[in-house]
Design a protein around this ligand. Structure first.
Ligand SMILES: [Zn+2]
Length: 637
């Protein structure tokens, strides 16, 4: 309660003394919709200062001040939370994506376990938006720098959850360090709060000095465009003259996109592409810039390109059907579009062979495996015909031949019954077949050998095994072959490793077993010439969709090996403990500590992250043992 009283009084004094604008009835931010997101709340207090100040409270108070200031300038301001209650990140993003404000600002305060951190300001803007997010973020950074609010201010492109998944321009502010005693005192007194809010307010005011640039689809056109041509032409309007437009498709910039001013209609433009698109579903993102240098928010349009089928091809699993073959004989049907690309969409088609006629719904990959049900009494050939829904048809004739060799057909699946492509089927050490995209394989083999063994090598992620075939010469359809996963915990998981180049050896020694277990491992960029290379690495990590784990390796002036995790990450702690435990079991003489850490990459990546810190002594054996135990722990946890 004491807090509330102070807060009201301070706010009142503050407003009287520092806002000349609304005295003149000026509303420079009229029409601007802003969503403020006070970070943390409820059980999640965020950072806590040495004197007990909670980040969640501080964030809320700054957001409330800021709301008042912005509203006096005419902006419409909403808060994601107005009380001290917890609110999941997904809910915050949901609120923003529903309301689609002109600007979303998540208010936070930083903390460090480092006993003497520098008190500084970090302004993170959505790295996927070089428009409004960056533009306003730059003004905020300058504002903090000019006001000398902390020792220094930095703007950083970032991929935090509330930024990356936000469709509105989004910024996350870390105004100051709550863990720095002076800074905490300042925030507690209320002066720090009001100053911070005022800096943010002035920065927003300055950024929107000339008013926001708003673009809209012409005449309320739908944001979903279904087309049967590889070219789009999207009409849109703007509230100011537009200098240029940037457009990207599925987050990668597209070449040959341009705008035309439709002269007859003022402020109306057409956005078009001149290199063709393939069939498929795309997300087109466009962003405009006015002649004043003001960017617009990003506009997203869903494109569905359904190019007509232009040609149909066939790829039988084997060049002939062995006489007497009974059962399902696979044949790949390949669809092409008018650009001669694989037609990557699903169409309704008709499959005809012998006296059968059946529906065939084609695969979105453009290659569909159809099966011919054969009775074994076919004698000369089997004619197969496929007709697409637009009438394009194609035919192939498969010869039936007396096999002079064994004819073996099989299908290989792995973990969760997924077909395994590209696996090697070997006999006596020689590859005799490879599985196709659907896991199917075929080979023939001289009749002279009786029982024989094949070795199946599925490649990274799955274990090899052998299978014995018994045949007297008749065609063999193998039972479904199933390969077991090396480590279900790591299979197809994305793991990012960050380490300076001096640790190249350790990185490659760790990459090998992880890759063998089926993990997709990548190395994050740690630019050597940069003051804080971890910023770049973390940014890259946050851009990876569905990243499972970040492993950071570093050499430090420490006595024992340390495995560090983010203090509130359950999974991080579990992994760090697992490494420590397996290490202690196998190498009782080497001491390893599992502990919470304050490393930048621990607190700023969306994925689970662990830091492996090793002492400086270049003991190769210890390093090797460490890598072994890390990969062992990851495989089994
Ligand atoms: Zn926070």
């Amino acid at each position: 309660m004491v807090h509330m009283k102070n807060y009201k009084k301070l706010a009142f004094l503050f407003l009287l003394s520092t806002i000349p604008a609304f005295a003149q009835g000026n509303k420079p931010l009229a029409g601007l919709n802003i969503m403020l997101d006070p970070g943390h709340g409820g059980a999640d207090s965020g950072a806590v200062g040495h004197l007990g100040l909670k980040e969640s409270d501080t964030n809320l108070r700054v957001a409330r001040y800021l709301k008042m200031l912005l509203e006096h300038d005419g902006a419409n301001v909403t808060l994601t939370r107005t009380q001290d209650k917890s609110l999941p990140l997904s809910k915050r993003v949901e609120l923003s994506n529903e309301a689609m404000p002109d600007l979303f600002i998540s208010v936070h305060h930083n903390a460090s376990l480092n006993p003497k951190p520098q008190n500084h300001t970090e302004i993170y803007y959505n790295a996927l938006d070089s428009g409004v997010s960056k533009f306003v973020g730059e003004h905020m950074t300058e504002g903090f720098e000019e006001a000398k609010f902390t020792d220094y201010s930095k703007k950083i492109p970032a991929g935090f959850y509330v930024l990356r998944n936000n469709n509105a321009p989004a910024i996350l502010t870390e105004g100051s360090y709550i863990s720095v005693p002076d800074s905490e005192k300042n925030l507690r007194s209320g002066k720090g709060l009001t100053n911070e809010a005022a800096i943010l307010w002035k920065a927003i005011r300055k950024a929107y000095e000339k008013g926001p640039l708003k673009i809209d689809l012409y005449n309320g056109a739908s944001e979903k465009l279904i087309m049967d041509s590889p070219y789009f032409n999207i009409l849109f309007t703007a509230n100011k003259a537009i200098k240029n437009v940037k457009a990207s498709i599925n987050n990668s910039n597209i070449a040959n996109v341009d705008i035309k001013n439709i002269m007859a209609y003022p402020m109306t433009y057409s956005l078009y592409n001149s290199s063709p698109l393939k069939s498929g579903k795309y997300e087109l993102t466009m962003m405009a810039e006015s002649y004043e240098g003001m960017p617009s928010a990003k506009k997203k349009i869903n494109l569905e390109v359904n190019l007509p089928v232009n040609k149909i091809g066939f790829k039988p699993v084997a060049q002939y059907i062995p006489m007497g073959f009974k059962g399902r004989f696979p044949i790949d049907v390949v669809l092409f579009d008018e650009q001669n690309n694989l037609n990557t969409r699903s169409v309704n088609a008709k499959l005809e062979y012998n006296n059968n006629s059946e529906e065939l719904v084609t695969d979105e990959s453009g290659i569909t495996t159809a099966f011919l049900e054969l009775k074994g009494d076919e004698t000369k050939e089997v004619k197969v015909c496929v007709t697409a829904d637009n009438g394009v048809k194609s035919q192939i004739s498969l010869p039936i031949a007396m096999p002079v060799q064994r004819f073996v057909l099989g299908k290989l699946t792995g973990f969760n019954d997924m077909p395994l492509p590209n696996a090697a089927i070997k006999h006596n050490g020689k590859t005799i077949a490879k599985t196709n995209q659907k896991g199917l394989f075929y080979f023939d083999y001289p009749l002279s050998t009786k029982d024989f063994e094949i070795e199946v090598q599925p490649g990274p992620g799955h274990n090899s095994f052998t299978q014995t075939l018994t045949t007297n010469g008749e065609p063999v359809i193998l039972p479904l072959l199933e390969a077991s996963a090396v480590s279900p915990a790591l299979l197809n998981k994305k793991i990012a490793i960050m380490a300076q180049s001096s640790l190249d050896n350790m990185v490659s020694n760790l990459t090998k077993p992880l890759t063998y277990s089926g993990a997709k491992v990548c190395r994050l960029d740690m630019p050597a010439n940069q003051e804080k290379p971890e910023y770049q690495a973390v940014l890259e990590a946050n851009m990876i969709k569905n990243l499972y784990l970040v492993i950071s390796m570093k050499v430090e002036k420490i006595k024992d090996i340390q495995i560090r995790h983010y203090h509130s990450s359950k999974n991080g702690k579990k992994l760090a403990d697992a490494v420590k435990n397996t290490f202690m079991q196998n190498y009782p003489n080497i001491s390893v500590k599992s502990t919470a850490g304050s490393d930048y990459e621990l607190g700023h990546t969306g994925a689970t992250s662990i830091v492996i810190a090793i002492p400086e002594q270049p003991d190769e054996n210890t390093r090797e043992a460490l890598i072994n135990q890390v990969s062992h722990a990851l495989k089994n946890n």
